[in-house]
Design a protein around this ligand. Structure first.
Ligand code: PLP
Length: 393
């Protein structure tokens, strides 16, 4: 490519595991003039982000901010600040992201017990309870609310009860759930919750919302040794985000604009309405898949509406189908991770991408491609089932 090649990325329909399509207002906000990161106007925008984040996370926690970096920076901030060398940590692992938390906790020096579940099932609270009792004096129980690698939602409350009965803190990964399915940080009793901008908040990847309860904050402040991360040290970050305004890093100004606009859009739509939209579109897609003759991978009753895993039929070529979707229809979906590679597709309906039009466009597009691949997809039945669900509240 020469330096004069036109910069002209195509417009895609983003229906993978992230990023989702961004709202045009979010993209427009990012083109606003830059402010200095200590400009009073920018500080006001940060304060508004904090207030809106508390509303969207449903928390009263003072310590609520956005770490610079994608969702993984929120994960690393939560884990690295809460886990000290020798701390006992129990992690529910039912997919790729739970395993990532476990690895981070080990790097922080934690003594980690994994409570494994099959990739397609939720974490079993009884198994967490057994592990917590066996480990003794556990500091932190960690879990993923919405496991994007498998399309499974693990209910938080039963695991929260187990953690708190044992005097442990609870960490919940809400990267894929926030803004798409109900997240109730305070009602759950979650002590650390983080998310990302590029899934159901529908902004580009770039910052990560995070909140810590007073109990988690006390644990961070009374660490015996400072955390190994300087960039994501929550005490330094909070000293920048609160009234002290101590320089720590130069805020990613345009990403904070994007977060601000994305949160405003969530609150304008209304959290309940937004959850209902994701539920309706997600179930329509899932019912459409089944009516077409495909098999959903995640356990019934625990399926996420925002990320659906569907099994690739015997004899159908994973890469050819995804390639055709992208080339002919400009639709991106995700492949399987780990053991699910070439076994499932991951179809996201997050944020802006969660629309009735996308559900119907996707089912008709993939139906046609599957038939070309020799799988007798019943496209009419699939579209009819999806349309029927879309007509309901
Ligand atoms: C996407 C995701 C992450 C990581 O977020 P990045 O933005 O890719 O860094 C962490 N946890 C879950 C559950 C995710 O879906």
């Amino acid at each position: 490519m020469t330096s004069t090649a036109a910069f002209n990325p195509p417009t895609r329909v983003l229906m993978g595991p992230g990023p989702s399509g961004a709202n045009p207002r979010v993209l427009r906000a990012m083109t606003a003039p830059l402010l200095g990161h200590l400009d009073p106007e920018f500080l006001r925008i940060m304060d508004e982000c904090r207030a809106m984040l508390r509303q969207v996370l449903r928390t009263q926690n003072g310590v609520t901010l956005a770490t610079p970096g994608t969702g993984t920076s929120g994960m690393e901030a939560a884990v690295m600040n809460l886990v000290e060398p020798g701390d006992r940590v129990v992690v529910g692992v039912c997919g790729y992201f739970g395993e990532r938390i476990a690895q981070m906790a080990e790097r922080a020096g934690g003594a980690v017990t994994r409570v494994n579940a099959a990739w397609g099932s939720p974490v079993d609270p009884a198994a967490v309870e057994t592990a917590v009792k066996a480990a003794g004096s556990v500091k932190l129980v960690a879990m993923v609310h919405a496991e994007t690698s498998t399309g499974v939602q693990t209910p938080v409350e039963p695991i929260s009860k187990v953690a708190h009965a044992a005097g442990a803190l609870l960490l919940v990964d809400c990267v894929t759930s926030l803004g798409g399915v109900p997240v109730e940080a305070d009602a759950w009793g979650a002590d650390a919750v983080y998310s990302g901008t590029q899934k159901c908040l529908s902004a580009p990847p770039g910052v990560a919302p995070i909140t810590m309860s007073p109990a988690a904050w006390a644990a961070v402040k009374t660490r015996e040794v400072p955390s190994n991360t300087w960039y994501l040290d929550m005490q330094l970050l909070e000293a920048y985000w609160d009234d002290r305004r101590n320089y720590h890093h130069t805020a990613p100004i345009s990403m904070v604009y994007a977060l601000h606009e994305a949160l405003a859009l969530v609150l304008e739509e209304g959290l309940e309405q937004r959850w209902a939209r994701h539920e309706r579109n997600g179930r329509a897609l899932q019912q459409g898949f089944e009516a077409m003759g495909l098999v959903l991978h995640a356990d019934a009753g625990y399926r996420l509406p925002v990320l659906t895993t569907v099994r690739i039929p015997e004899g159908v070529n994973d890469m050819e189908v995804r390639g055709a979707l992208l080339k002919r229809h400009s639709i991106e979906i995700g492949g399987g991770l780990g053991d699910l590679k070439a076994k499932v597709w991951r179809v996201g309906l997050m944020g802006e991408s969660s629309s009735p039009g996308n559900v119907l466009l996707f089912l008709s597009s993939i139906g046609k491609i599957l038939r070309e691949q020799g799988f007798a997809a019943d496209v009419r039945a699939g579209l009819a089932a999806a349309a029927a669900r879309l007509d309901q509240p």
